[in-house]
Design a protein around this ligand. Structure first.
Ligand SMILES: *Cc1c(COP(=O)(O)O)cnc(C)c1O
Length: 428
């Protein structure tokens, strides 16, 4: 009962702040917030937290995503001072510079600045799968397949076939091979053109693809004349975790898409890189999709700093994620299930094993600040994280989260667990 009351209070706070429309009944509210009990990849509406902010004495630790990062003073200054031109005419010097820097870092012939990772992946699919009836092979838990609105079909007219994404983000290579079509030009079959891999793997909790796996995918693709695209939204995290330059990873792929606006801290932008003829075609697709930007140097200036100055600090995010994961186990190994070896980068996924505390309730409690908490901890700590599929919770570290913030999040987690344990005892 105490739980119900407190989560209602929180929800009414959201309503008060205009975050959700007033509806009668907690179930209705929960469905507005996307917290249905059957939540999975296919219906994963996100809870609309009030967002970072709140009362001055409340510390906010926002672990919802590494997309929440904001440009700091140096980045804003570089943006203000950027030399610009019309990039659709190819005349923005800062964009051109960024594209050159990215191509060099990724070991590719050329690179293109695009507005988002979703557009970048879509362009890659469009350029690799040029003919109607072409097919792309993707992981069934890939961002491209789950979170990009089926753009490959909807906008590119490309058919997808899926392979099972394994817990470490890889595929079974025999299954991959079995999905390749051999009938062309028999009119019954689409034509296999492209394999997409994701590194680090988002849904699987920031997993880093082993280089040996990429080498095997490359060999298989070569055997059948397929291209390989990497959704490398967080490839810099993978490179840091493996201690190799990104070009060592990308030697196995034809093209890559890399987000500047996640842990690398830029406000906007993704780099798409590959061979020169691929990028020339990508420029056309980007324009058709409405992604041709004019004085984009203001954004590219931020992107340059992302690639040049922000990679070194990703290690700190990985360390903080691991520290929190260890703290979960230290706090209550019966309640939390975490595979420490699987915490390779900045995304942590953990499961709750006690059915009386669901991921939704847990996130709800981490996000609310009560008088008793302020009395116990000396301050209010609001920790934002999302419930994820399979009774799990997902938390993401980024440049807005210091080691001290991580300790605050740990304190809050310990407080939430102690309250939960006490309620269980009282209920018996
Ligand atoms: C974030 C992300 C993208 C693209 O995201 P945008 O929000 O469109 O920039 C693509 N793939 C993965 C794995 C991601 O995490």
């Amino acid at each position: 009962m105490a739980l119900k009351t407190s989560s209602c209070r929180l929800l009414f706070k959201f309503i008060h702040q205009g975050a959700v429309a007033p509806l009668a009944g907690q179930n209705a509210l929960r469905s507005v917030l996307g917290w249905s009990s059957t939540r999975g990849y296919y219906n994963s509406g996100k809870p609309s937290y009030a967002g970072a902010g709140g009362a001055a004495h409340v510390r906010v630790v926002d672990l919802r995503s590494d997309t929440v990062t904001k440009p700091g003073p140096a980045m804003r200054q570089a943006m203000a001072e950027a030399k610009v031109g019309d990039d659709v005419m190819g005349e923005d010097p800062t964009v051109n510079e960024l594209q050159k820097i990215a191509a060099d870092i990724f070991g590719m012939e050329a690179a293109l600045f695009v507005p988002s990772g979703t557009m970048s992946n879509l362009i890659a699919v469009m350029v690799h799968c040029r003919e109607r009836g072409d097919e792309v092979i993707v992981g069934d838990l890939s961002h491209l397949h789950i979170y990009e609105q089926g753009g490959s079909a909807q906008l590119a007219g490309v058919h997808s076939t899926t392979v099972t994404t394994l817990p470490d983000g890889t595929f079974d290579l025999e299954q991959l091979e079995s999905k390749i079509r051999h009938g062309y030009p028999d009119p019954h079959y689409p034509r296999s053109r492209l394999v997409c891999v994701e590194n680090t793997h988002n849904i699987q909790g920031g997993r880093v693809l082993p280089l040996a796996f990429l080498q095997e995918v490359r060999a298989l693709a070569d055997r059948y004349g397929l291209s390989v695209h990497m959704d490398g939204a967080r490839i810099m995290n993978a490179a840091v975790a493996q201690g190799v330059p990104p070009s060592a990873i990308l030697q196995h792929t034809d093209t890559v898409s890399v987000c500047l606006s996640k842990g690398l801290g830029a406000p906007v932008g993704t780099m798409l890189a590959g061979p020169q003829d691929f990028i020339s075609r990508a420029v056309r697709c980007r324009k058709a999709l409405g992604g041709g930007m004019r004085q984009a140097g203001i954004l590219a200036a931020a992107g340059k700093l992302s690639l040049q100055n922000m990679v070194g600090r990703l290690e700190e995010d990985h360390r903080n994620a691991k520290t929190f994961a260890q703290a979960l186990l230290d706090c209550n190994p019966n309640l939390f299930a975490v595979d420490l070896a699987a915490v390779e980068t900045n995304i942590l996924r953990f499961r709750l094993q006690d059915l009386s505390l669901s991921p939704c309730e847990f996130c709800d409690r981490m996000a609310q600040v009560s008088k008793s908490e302020e009395a116990a901890l000396g301050q209010g700590i609001q920790v934002l994280m999302y419930p994820h599929f399979g009774n799990s919770v997902r938390a993401v570290w980024h440049l807005g989260i210091s080691p001290e913030d991580t300790q605050l999040a740990i304190q809050k987690m310990q407080f939430v667990v102690s309250q939960h344990v006490m309620e269980n005892i009282r209920a018996q």
